[in-house]
Write a protein of this length. Structure first.
Length: 493
């Protein structure tokens, strides 16, 4: 397979499969088709990764119309890395999710659910692949609207209100982003990101461009759930169907953070963002508050999915902390954390989804002693928890290690200390969970349940295995992240 048409196929295939899924009434066939679509995106992403690594960035012009007249797709190391994460998570969650989806989604809505899932995948991939600012908004809306619909399908009535809350806040964020894109177009006359980067220096100190920068930063920060713009995330992750929680937690905020990095470094430029306007002085305290506050709140949660949701807000703080360090090593640490945390949180939500399938609850008080009856699933929870803490030989350790190194390189001793201290807070809520799930006496509701089927265990443990593998062999994550960061800083690795 040549890489020439892969950028467009990566986006077009799941988009084309979405209406087909809607028309298929057979639950087995529609699952098979959606899973094949997810696998196709992963294979495409893998080929793109190899191609970009060996040959450099790819640009694909739709219809042969070159920018600025046509729409371009642009794939570099960073975008290929995130495409790989989205394709991998989509494939494994779909393979895992057949039994879970049929348990949590009414039969008459299964086709609609798979249609929405394909659209969510399309939107996430399109955001990462496009080189056109307006199409960023288009794909963002495709991803968001399908996510709202999937969250609302949760069988708990609170899923509907959670979806509505996400819709309201997501719409505000999308409106801010659209205003920013419109202002940039007004000042430059182009929507192509490469052209924007070339034309902005002549007008970047104008009030209009500064307003665009502010609108974009706030809008995307809402999409990544950076505290205090995080209110939509806990309920959305808690009450969504299990497969949706797993997919969104592993990909949604990472794709939005990718968007922030892309605009900061390749459109506005790092000098404009950090040297001229000092965004790091806002981003740094917000990131530190996020990792302390969200980790502290997670300790007191009674629902394990809600606990993991607040853990995600803390992890987002780690990622933005790396950006706020304003260094190549800090950016590399952020990219490593994005990929590694995606796998860790995906594995955890898949394992919790398995528990939910067997028990119908994610309330910790009702799951005491379940580790004795579901040992393989709980083993995945323990290893995923170790990844969140940053235990050596897990991907989480690699992410936190490089964040600490980046902080120390910048003489930010307070930041390095904060990373260590918040890891101790993570120990508290992870150990509290393990204590309840392993050492409490099993109640009647969990004493006689069975382990989840192999069709769910295998994808879960594939993610767990990658969490361990990437904690031992850092060639993929660290190597690619450092090269991507060097490219964005325009430094030869």
């Amino acid at each position: 397979m040549t890489a020439e048409h892969l950028p467009i196929l990566q986006v077009a295939v799941p988009l084309a499969l979405a209406p087909v899924c809607l028309l298929i009434g057979n639950r087995h066939l529609v699952w098979l088709l959606a899973t094949a679509g997810g696998l196709f995106t992963f294979v495409c992403a893998a080929f793109l990764m190899v191609s970009v690594f060996n040959q450099g960035p790819l640009t694909y012009y739709l219809g042969g119309w070159e920018a600025p007249w046509g729409i371009a797709l642009a794939i570099d190391l960073l975008s290929a890395f995130i495409l790989l994460l989205v394709g991998l998570v989509a494939t494994l969650t779909l393979i895992w999710g057949k039994a879970s989806i049929e348990n949590e989604i009414p039969g008459e809505q299964l086709s609609l659910f798979y249609c929405m899932f394909m659209l969510a995948v399309t939107g996430a991939l399109g955001i990462v692949a496009t080189g056109d600012a307006f199409n960023v908004f288009v794909f963002l809306e495709i991803s968001s609207l399908s996510s709202y619909a999937m969250i609302a399908m949760g069988r708990d009535r609170r899923a509907l209100t959670s979806s509505f809350q996400y819709l309201v806040m997501g719409t505000i964020g999308a409106t801010f982003i659209l205003i920013a894109i419109g202002l940039l177009y007004m000042m430059t006359g182009t929507l192509n990101m490469a052209d924007l980067a070339a034309r902005l220096p002549a007008v970047r100190e104008t009030t209009t461009v500064l307003a665009a920068f502010a609108f974009l930063t706030v809008g995307v920060s809402l999409k990544i759930a950076l505290l205090p713009l995080h209110q939509w995330l806990p309920n959305a992750y808690t009450y969504a169907p299990s497969v949706v929680s797993a997919f969104l937690s592993a990909t949604s905020t990472k794709v939005s953070l990718y968007l922030l990095i892309r605009f900061f470094y390749t459109v506005f430029g790092a000098d404009f963002v950090f040297r001229d306007h000092g965004l790091q002085y806002i981003l740094m305290p917000l990131s530190l508050i996020a990792i302390f506050a969200a980790s502290g709140i997670a300790i007191f949660q009674k629902d394990i999915k809600r606990m993991l949701a607040y853990s995600s807000i803390a992890q987002i703080g780690y990622m933005t902390l790396g950006i706020a360090l304003v260094s190549q090593s800090g950016l590399a640490a952020t990219i490593i954390t994005m990929f590694n945390h995606g796998l860790i949180k995906g594995a955890l939500f898949l394992a919790i989804g398995g528990i939910f399938l067997r028990t119908g609850t994610s309330q910790l008080a009702k799951l005491g002693g379940i580790g004795r009856t579901m040992p393989w699933t709980m083993g995945a929870v323990v290893i995923g928890g170790c990844g969140l803490i940053g235990v050596p030989l897990t991907a989480g350790f690699v992410a936190k290690w490089y964040l600490i190194v980046a902080a120390l390189e910048g003489a930010a001793w307070v930041v390095a200390s904060a990373i260590v201290l918040t890891s101790l807070l993570t120990v508290v809520y992870v150990w509290r969970t393990v204590e309840i799930l392993y050492f409490k006496t099993p109640g009647d509701s969990v004493r006689d349940i069975d382990e989840v089927p192999m069709s769910m265990l295998i994808p879960t443990w594939l993610m767990v295995a990658m969490v361990i593998w990437l904690g031992i062999d850092t060639t993929l994550t660290v190597g690619l992240a450092e090269q991507a960061a060097a490219m964005l800083f325009d430094v030869t690795p």
